[in-house]
Ligand binder design. Structure first.
Ligand code: ATP
Ligand code: MG
Length: 314
């Protein structure tokens, strides 16, 4: 086990933000932390980074108990949503800053910083000022600065949430590439499930300071282990009956045109591009969310035949 978070707790006054929180991460894993606002994601990162002190429990990194280490002694780098770059320094100086306390000669530090700029695809940006950069470029600089020290763990706290949709997709692929190229161990906090799904080796879903579920993307999506995970991850139609919870994902429901054998009617439709999302009212009054590819085109008012197999939440 490369990183072991062993039963940590953190409270602010009477607010128990993390309680008996346990998480183990292997070397070279890319973990995504997901969960609703205020569930404690940033607090977990801050405990690992050493920016806040835990009330109890231990953090072991690469067989070393780092629980009481200063942040600068932990070999952990954090990238925040707000970049945290120095506006009066050039790009190269910002990246080199990470090496300031490492006792490395300036020329060598410049070379290392330049290598890192090449990796984040900002090869010719070294002499630019920070305020001459776009949001995406700034985030690449922040990434380069945190990587220049060769951290054992890279922590990313919603690094892409200030960027537009296209840039987010581009940069998340970059994060995945850099994670692989540098054999990093990475924890990424995100609000964006698609982002998490597209890059995570493993998803950790948090609820009120605890881990609600954990697993590969497919585990989390196809085998939710509780109602919170089912409701939080993706979209689903949920039916609670006789103390059991039944569900069906909108894309698992089949729709077909049917004049004489219809059992439902389309009552709402949203065109989402590649996908179309419908609300379908069954003859028994039940309303279902259904998603299809856009090559199947129904309209509001169409009588349809709807079929599906409910799954049971175990
Ligand atoms: N310095 C602090 N003092 C007091 N309470 C705090 C402090 N930092 C965080 N909290 C509380 O701890 C809880 C968890 O906060 P945290 O920032 O970890 O949530 P989060 O999951 O990162 O949320 P978001 O998705 O909104 O960033 C919240 O209830 C928050 O109010
Ligand atoms: Mg946060």
């Amino acid at each position: 086990m490369f990183l072991k978070i062993d039963n940590i707790s953190k409270s602010y006054g009477s607010n128990k933000v993390l309680s008996d929180f346990n998480l183990e991460i292997d070397k070279n894993e890319l973990i995504c932390l997901l969960g609703p606002s205020g569930c404690g994601k940033t607090t977990v990162l801050n405990c690992i980074g050493g920016f806040i002190k835990v009330n109890s429990g231990k953090i072991i990194l690469d067989s070393q108990d780092i629980t009481n280490y200063y942040p600068e002694d932990r070999e952990v780098s954090t990238v925040f949503q707000s970049y945290g770059l120095f506006p009066h320094m050039t790009v190269l100086e910002n990246v080199r800053y990470g090496l300031k306390f490492k006792n490395i000669k300036k020329k060598e530090a410049n070379n290392i910083a330049q290598d890192m700029l090449n990796i984040v695809k900002l090869k010719n940006y070294g002499n630019k000022k920070i305020n001459e950069l776009s949001g995406g470029e700034k985030q690449r600089v922040a990434l380069a600065r945190s990587l220049v020290v060769k951290p054992k763990i890279l922590l990313l706290d919603e690094p892409l949430s200030n960027l537009d949709a296209l840039l987010r997709i581009e940069l998340r692929a970059e994060i995945k590439r850099i994670h692989k190229e540098l054999n990093l161990t990475t924890i990424l906090v995100t609000h964006d499930q698609e982002e998490a799904f597209s890059i995570a080796d493993r998803i950790v879903l948090m609820d009120k300071g605890k881990i609600s579920s954990m697993g590969t993307v497919k585990d989390i999506y196809y085998s939710p282990n509780n109602l919170f995970s089912l409701k939080f991850i993706g979209s689903s139609n949920i039916l609670e009956k006789d103390n059991s919870v039944y569900y069906i994902r909108p894309e698992k429901i089949q729709l077909a045109f049917s004049k004489d054998k219809s059992n439902a009617i389309i009552i709402d439709k949203s065109f989402l591009g590649a996908l179309v999302s419908y609300k379908v009212k069954e003859n028994n009054g039940n309303i279902l969310k259904v998603t299809t590819l856009n090559n199947q085109d129904f309209n509001v008012g169409d009588n349809v035949f709807v079929s599906y197999n409910l799954e049971i939440l175990r």
